[in-house]
Design a protein around this ligand. Structure first.
Ligand SMILES: [Zn+2]
Length: 459
């Protein structure tokens, strides 16, 4: 079993980051590791972090979802952890995959405030956090509440657990299809008022699940036709949602808020900690930086507590998702300092291979090094280096009718909601700019090698 546990830890590790460009949610690591209700096992268990990764994947319908864990320093020497777990934690901390800080307090909420990332919550947040960050009360969709479900965990937007209707817990989704647009229900007026705006960009109504079988189609007419507003929360809870099989749905989940003013200025700069070995703000760090912690009005290193030095503007960086058959499979960062080559088999292992998701025809079409992505003048640029060319899907906004341009051995600067198609169904999409998503098959679990029996055996 030890071997499997190591493999699971390695798989979980690939989904952790403190690079704010790559991360998709923030969590207090110890709160999750101590959340016994998730599996009924021992008092603290690092595998529970994998459950959060899985839950985030299902929430975002993103098989490559990336989590930003914050851990109090004492967790690293927690006697109730296995020696293997302590070793893994130490490695993650050194590699900057988790943030270690002497006192966690409201640090996860602070990161969520500075970056706009959603905050995974297990318990009620402390009153100080609510005072410091009014959005905790005003924008509850920015909180993703973690609750146990069928041997795993689910994330429910809205912070507070919703009361089940008719005794049935149908307000929680587990990757099943959701209705893209729900007409306003007069009975739900109050509820609707309390619900925050979904992401500002609304994909077109034509992206509604037109390919759903008629008998499975929702009875409700499409809201846009009636001038109704799509909303954030109802799309999770829509009646009939469970009955969809493999259906295209428009993304309507909260993914990221605007950073706060302080956060925006902190994220605009690059910072340096006095400790040369600092995994967060030291010169040895290889991945993009986190945001400093504010201490007495000064940006400070979360690990070492001392003020960090402003060493210049932060290089522009973009998160890019590999989307195959409308499901995001993996995320990576392209920055001014680190161009990335994407293809079937790039010669440098640090570049990105899409081989794992290709069927025969796609593999024959896509070159070993198909495109080069780099940041030029603050914008993402793609250069085709293939034999067959690359298709650019051009969209200035998500709901504009697409135009395409085929590029061959030349460069193109991406703008707005443009995406890059290497082969039909194999796309590179900037950030969270997916227009639709196929559900029905859930993203694979990072805990595949750790069935319940493994979880028990660690005891
Ligand atoms: Zn430091």
């Amino acid at each position: 079993m030890r071997f499997e546990i190591s493999r699971v830890m390695d798989t979980i590790e690939q989904r952790l980051t403190t690079d704010i460009t790559l991360a998709q949610a923030v969590v207090d690591l110890a709160e999750v590791a101590r959340f016994v209700a998730l599996d009924g096992g021992r008092p603290i268990n690092l595998l529970r972090l994998g459950m959060v990764v899985d839950a985030l994947s299902r929430y975002l319908i993103d098989a490559g979802a990336m989590l930003y864990p914050v851990a109090g320093r004492e967790v690293l020497s927690e006697a109730a952890l296995t020696s293997k777990e302590r070793m893994v934690l130490g490695r993650w901390a050194d590699d900057g995959l988790i943030e270690v800080t002497p006192v966690v307090a409201d640090r996860p909420a602070e990161i969520a405030d500075f970056t706009g990332l959603p905050l995974v919550v297990v318990r009620e947040l402390p009153p100080q956090a609510k005072t410091r960050f009014p959005w905790i009360a005003d924008s509850p969709e920015r909180l993703l509440r973690l609750t146990p479900r069928a041997g795993g965990a689910v994330l429910t937007p809205g912070g507070e657990p919703m009361p089940p209707k008719d005794g049935k817990e149908r307000l929680v989704i587990r990757g099943q299809a959701t209705l893209p647009i729900v007409p306003p229900d007069p009975k739900d007026k109050t509820e609707e008022k309390e619900m925050a705006e979904p992401s500002p960009a609304e994909p077109p109504a034509e992206d509604a699940p037109a390919d759903a079988p008629a008998e499975d189609a929702p009875k409700e007419p499409v809201a846009a036709e009636k001038g109704g507003r799509p909303d954030g929360l109802q799309s999770f809870t829509a009646r009939g949602a469970q009955r969809f099989g493999r259906t295209r749905v428009v993304r309507r989940r909260f993914t990221r808020a605007d950073p706060s003013g302080v956060g925006a200025s902190l994220m605009a700069r690059e910072w340096r900690c006095k400790e040369p070995e600092c995994p967060a703000f030291g010169p040895i760090r290889r991945i993009g930086q986190p945001v400093p912690r504010m201490r007495a009005g000064l940006p400070a290193c979360p690990r070492h507590g001392e003020a960090v030095k402003d060493i210049g503007p932060r290089p522009a960086a973009f998160a890019v998702a590999i989307v195959v058959d409308d499901l995001a499979r993996r995320r990576f960062v392209v920055s001014a300092e680190h161009p990335v080559i994407v293809g079937r088999e790039p010669s440098d292992p640090d570049d990105i291979s899409v081989a794992a998701w290709l069927h025969e025809a796609a593999a024959a079409w896509i070159a070993k090094e198909h495109v080069k992505l780099e940041v030029k003048a603050g914008r993402l640029q793609v250069t085709d280096t293939s034999e067959n060319g690359t298709l650019i899907w051009k969209r200035s906004t998500p709901d504009i009718k697409e135009e395409t341009e085929r590029i061959y051995r030349k460069s193109y600067q991406l703008d707005g909601w443009d995406s890059i198609e290497l082969y039909t169904g194999v796309e590179l999409v900037v950030g969270d700019h997916r227009l639709q998503t196929v559900v029905g098959s859930e993203p694979a679990s990072v805990l595949l090698d750790a069935p319940t029996v493994a979880l028990r055996l660690v005891d």
